[in-house]
Design a protein around this ligand. Structure first.
Ligand code: ADP
Ligand code: MG
Length: 536
């Protein structure tokens, strides 16, 4: 069967792709209909013309490289005599004059293929182009959307963090407020019980009741101390100390908390840096973390306490830990326990959040740790995997000062002192309890319900030795009272009572230059011992 030769010209011109046939000197010899449509030109206007005369670069686009790259590609074809596939490029198309003659942004994927004559010279170059404008646009929108999504997520994470810390702040204020009031109540209970216990005429049966009340109040005092720690209102006595020393000291106690199914080890860094912190707080951190680790390992496992000198660079400190970059002392407690899922991890620092059964957990352990670490400008990092274990890393700022020598508080002397004391306290019950306690210890006692009353009273008291004053009181607080006493030029010692560090006191750094301080609630003996030391 003979087949009639097809009309190749017609076939070429109606081909579904975009084609140009060029002579070796880059004149347009043939062009497909689709090419004409895509580039918005007419066949009669382009045939025989130079390619670059017909399709110049967009004169408004200074960065246009379309013709330059195309010429380079065509020259490569002439030189190397192989097909040259070009990268996707921008080449704007000019609309016909009838449509305004403006340029339109377009992207193309071109390829130039040599066609040889019998003696292997290049006779034509087929220029094939594909309009990939839509594809490029989609890809760009995709990239932009991705970027936008990422930014949105960062923003969301950040907001979530801010919201979380605001929530913690609010809870801290609530907790601190409750603890403050509770401390006054507890101080009253403790002092009254202890005063009554000391009285010789209190019957034995009543004494037992009083002891029970004391025990209960002490447990309550532990709770309020945790609340205060969380709200960062704990009264502090920071000293320069080495965490390794604290860990070694507390090890015996820790071993007593653990059972034989749990192995305990330490890995303490040589030459660990010092840090400025209240020692009791470090102990609270360690105890809480170790007790949690123990509770996470009902079937036994391994607890490790390790320490390390760590430098947090900008990226690490801001990105992940949100503290100032610098040198830190790291304390880590890790366990091989049940671990935590993400929803649990998100809430562990909230006060009263616990997954333990009623009576087993208070949910205050990690809240306490959180408050302490924040109060000391440190940070916490947690990593946990379900059924694998958990590690808590506490970072505390490094201090280049030497370890402070902690003075031992002298033992209380029971002998009657005969000194004169003024008690300034707005809580009537507590005021009475303190007065009674001091009186029964042999002090001459006066009282006032706030600073202003005290200022009027003081000049009338002869031989006043000591003013014991609450810090936060209506009308006039303890700090202002101290100022007024100095103005009166009366030489008298001052002992502050508070369970709550207000900012005034915090500014004065409760440690060194502050004269004397007693944390509420306190035992009778502690009060008397403190008063005694002021006279020593
Ligand atoms: P509590 O121990 O009274 O429950 P915490 O504030 O100490 O309160 O801990 C809160 C919760 O965090 C725990 O109930 C527990 O779900 C989780 N948690 C804390 N430490 C660990 C740990 N090491 N392994 C697994 N879960 C832990
Ligand atoms: Mg706990």
């Amino acid at each position: 069967m003979s087949v009639q030769e097809p009309d190749f010209k017609q076939l070429f011109e109606s081909a579904p792709g975009l084609y140009l046939v060029l002579s070796p000197d880059f004149r347009i010899i043939a062009v497909s209909d689709n090419y004409l449509r895509a580039t918005m030109v007419e066949r009669k206007n382009v045939l025989g013309k130079s390619l670059f005369e017909v399709f110049p670069d967009n004169p408004d686009d200074a960065t246009a490289t379309g013709t330059k790259l195309l010429r380079a590609s065509l020259e490569r074809v002439l030189e190397k005599k192989v097909v040259d596939v070009m990268a996707i490029q921008k080449y704007d198309i000019r609309k016909p004059a009838s449509e305004g003659g403006e340029y339109e942004v377009r992207y193309w994927s071109p390829a130039n293929t040599p066609v040889f004559d019998d003696s292997q010279n290049i006779k034509y170059i087929i220029h094939k182009a594909e309009d990939v404008t839509e594809f490029v646009r989609l890809r760009q929108t995709g990239i932009e959307q991705n970027k936008a999504n990422q930014e949105l997520k960062l923003e969301k994470d950040h907001l979530e963090k801010v919201r979380q810390s605001q929530r913690m702040e609010a809870m801290g204020q609530l907790a601190g407020g409750i603890a403050h009031d509770f401390n006054n109540i507890l101080a009253t209970i403790l002092l009254s019980c202890e005063s009554s216990l000391l009285k010789p005429d209190t019957p034995a049966s009543v004494k037992q009741n009083l002891k029970d009340i004391l025990e209960g109040s002490e447990r309550a005092a532990v709770l309020t101390r945790q609340l205060l720690a969380f709200s960062r209102k704990q009264v502090l006595q920071p000293t320069i100390l080495n965490i390794n020393v604290v860990v070694r000291e507390i090890e015996i106690l820790l071993n007593r908390l653990l059972n034989e199914k749990i192995s305990f080890s330490t890995d303490l860094a040589d030459g660990l840096g010092n840090t400025l912190i209240d020692k009791g707080q470090v102990e609270q951190i360690i105890l809480n973390l170790v007790v949690n680790a123990r509770d996470a390992m009902a079937n036994g496992g391994k607890i490790t306490i390790s320490t390390e000198n760590v430098f947090l660079d900008k990226e690490m400190s801001y990105g992940n830990l949100e503290v100032e970059p610098g040198q830190y002392v790291m304390l880590a407690v890790s366990d091989t326990g049940v671990g935590m899922d993400a929803p649990t991890q998100a809430r562990i620092f909230e006060p009263f959040f616990t997954t333990k059964e009623v009576g087993k957990g208070t949910g205050l352990g990690l809240a306490t740790v959180y408050g302490i670490v924040k109060q000391n400008n440190g940070t916490i990092w947690v990593y946990s995997e379900l059924n694998k274990g958990t590690v808590f890393k506490i970072y505390l700022p490094f201090s280049d000062q030497k370890v402070s020598v902690i003075e031992k508080t002298p033992r209380p002397e029971t002998e009657v002192s005969g000194r004169t004391v003024l008690v300034v306290e707005d809580e009537a019950l507590l005021r009475r309890a303190i007065c009674t306690a001091l009186e029964s210890a042999g002090y001459k006692v006066h009282s006032a319900s706030n600073g202003a009353e005290a200022v009027i009273l003081i000049p009338q008291i002869s031989n006043l030795d000591l003013v014991i004053t609450d810090v936060v009181m209506p009308v006039m607080g303890g700090k202002e009272l101290q100022k007024q006493i100095r103005n009166l030029k009366i030489d008298v010692k001052i002992l502050f009572l508070s369970g709550y560090t207000d900012d005034v006191l915090a500014d004065h750094g409760l440690s060194e230059d502050n004269p004397a301080f007693l944390e509420k609630p306190f035992h009778l003996n502690t009060l008397l011992a403190k008063v005694q030391t002021l006279f020593d």
